[in-house]
Design a binder for this molecule. Sequence first.
Ligand code: ZN
Length: 189
Amino acid sequence: MGLLMSEETVNKCCECEEIVDTEGDFGWSTTKEDYLCWGCYESDQNHASTVQLVDDGVVRKYYIGDHIRMDEFGDDMYNTNFTINREYIHTGGWSGHYETTIEGWTDIMNGWTTGGWGDPIADRKAIFNQWAERLLTGEIEYDIPIAIVADPTSNVFSMGISVLTPEPNRLVEWMEQGGDYFLLKNALS
Ligand SMILES: [Zn+2]
C-alpha cells in the first residue's frame, strides 16, 4: 500500500472500526479505498453478489460486496471497463435484498430463484436455472453481452436474480423469437 508506518499511524477497519493488524492478514475495501479487518473482509466475501458476464463466448465471474470488487481469481477489477454498483433495498421488517447494477446495462428481467427441491415452485424456477446453466456453459449463445446477477436476500434459500444487457431491445426481441422470454420472466416471478 506504500504507507509509511509510524506510531501515529493507526489503520482502522472502515467497516467495524477495529484496529487493523497490517502485519497480519487484512483486507482492502475497493469501494472505500480503505482498510478492512480480516473478519469484515471474509464476511463481505461470504455475502457477495455474483455477476456472471457472457460476452463473445467468454464467461467471467465477478464478486460484488459492500467493499469488494473482484474477479473469480481474486484480482481487482481495475483492468475492466465495467462500473458495478450494489445497494441494499429494505422491503420492510427484517426483509430485503441487494440490488447489483452495471452502468450502461439494462435489466430485462428480474425476480428470484431457488435450488431444486422438487416442489412446484422449484420446478418453475428450474426453467430459469437450466437456461442460465446452458448460457454459462456455451450451449446457447446470443451475439449480445448478457450478465446474470445473483444477489443474496434475507431468505437464505432464495437468490435475487436479474438479467442485464447493454442492448435490451435487441436481446428481448431475439429471446421473444425463440419463445424464451416470457417463460423465463415467468420462472423468475
Ligand atoms: Zn472490521
